[in-house]
Design a binder for this molecule. Sequence first.
Ligand SMILES: [Fe+2]
Length: 339
Amino acid sequence: MKKSIIASALIGLGLSALHVQAADNELNLYSARHYQTDEALYSNFTKQTGIKINRIEAKEDELLERIRNEGANSPADVFITVDASRLAKADEMGIFAPVKSKVLEERIPSHLRTDNWYSYSTRARLIVYNKDTVKPEQVQTYESLADPALKGKVCTRSGSHPYNISLGAAMINHDGVEATEKWARDLVANFARAPKGGDTDQIKAVAAGECGVAIANSYYLARLMNSTKDEDKAVVAKIGAVWPNQKTWGTHINVSGAGMLKSAPNKGAAVKFLEYLASDDAQKYFANGNNEWPVVESVKVSNPALDKLGEFKADTQPIGNLAKSAAEAQRVFDRAGFR
Ligand SMILES: [Fe+2]
């Protein structure tokens, strides 16, 4: 009698009842992250909870396509990916279910979570310049990259890449649509070459002198700075890095994030996993796996490159706002010819 009352009360509570449900003993994880330290991240979860993780790893867009095709029958419980604009895309597809969790609310700062997904690590988009051809004073802001003084010096990956789309979204939210479109147009006019390659390619082209300045995610620079290879050391010796917009809205931040799927067959395990990712140990593994920063403020990582790059003021606009402006940013870049 008592039991059934408790059970029906829990059903009435909906998602919060998941915490007390008998633990699902398997978790199907669709992940676009694959770094070596992630192995320990997953095996520790299994050790702590007895929940086995079945991992499907692929490129972000492939996983999303797969989830779309599988529909309501998808075995996926949790989707992990990088970049707010990709998480936004997933969210727009309606694949996530909100998770009510005190643990997540307490540990993840409010600007780094949305109703449907959570950030677990942050990376910054910074400016890298060639010390021989560009002065750091010239490139203190993202906006400054559109300055005609930098004509023929700017390099970047494609304007349709999520990393640039998210930066564009941040700029739209701070500077407005019109200013961001003008910025993109003037940025294109400053290009040393048509966009090609990834962020590391831009950094290397800056070191080689083909470009004077480029935009790159912090972990690519950190990877080169932590490298013991002579060729990487030579690249690092040639370049300087700037935390953009320290006197204005702060350096643009992006995230790795995860959410529980609406169709998740193991919702109890999914919530446990999302909470585990916010634990001290998991935060360290998660951040260290890709030279990123933990989102939980009390968790500190020691990474020689990140320590060397030092403290900076990060943009604190809610990550959900970035996500909301991503589609607009794509249209703005298209109009400006930043492709
Ligand atoms: Fe990346």
